[in-house]
Design a protein around this ligand. Structure first.
Ligand code: ADP
Ligand code: MG
Length: 147
């Protein structure tokens, strides 16, 4: 387990960039944390680290957004609003989870039963005692050893 602390969105973005530069084909990363903790900020950094030059936004209303202009394809899922895991089947999620790109899944706890055997879990937490912009980011899984 690896823990880093950030004190601004820019620092979280920079940590995301580090992930984007290191991440390997076929890796699945889950992003867990309350609304507004910075899951999308970290994803945007990751996209930048992968060399993606398109704008990356939260795909809350589309479940999946695909970016193919970087070193590896990025499959950005936000499963916050999912009501039934059939919705995942409908978009053919397994092509992405078991493909050669990188999957980043916001709110992955909602689809825990679909996750592959191996993935890296990224948890973002606030601690208001340390300030409004403080975040503790915990990384657990195969990716941590190359960060
Ligand atoms: P989520 O996707 O987890 O709902 P967002 O990434 O969309 O959250 O939003 C995070 C919000 O928190 C942004 O408005 C961002 O500016 C703010 N913020 C403040 N401090 C931080 C920090 N240390 N890391 C990330 N975001 C931060
Ligand atoms: Mg988000």
């Amino acid at each position: 387990m690896m823990t880093i602390e950030t004190y601004s969105p820019e620092e979280t973005y920079a940590f995301g960039q580090r992930i984007g530069r290191a991440v390997r084909p076929g890796e699945v990363l889950t992003l867990i944390g309350d609304l507004g903790t910075g899951k999308t900020v970290l994803t945007q950094g990751c996209a930048s680290g992968l060399g993606i030059n398109e704008a990356v936004n939260s795909p809350t209303f589309t479940i999946l957004q695909i970016y193919e202009s970087g070193r590896l394809p990025l499959y950005h899922f936000d499963v916050y609003r999912i009501e039934d895991i059939d919705e995942m089947e409908e978009i053919g999620y397994d092509d992405y989870f078991f493909g050669e790109g990188v999957c980043l899944i916001e709110w992955a706890d909602q689809i825990r039963e679909l996750l592959p055997g191996q993935y890296t879990r990224i948890l973002i937490e606030k601690d208001l005692a340390k300030g409004f912009d403080y975040r503790r980011i915990t990384v657990e899984g195969p990716l941590e050893e190359i960060l």
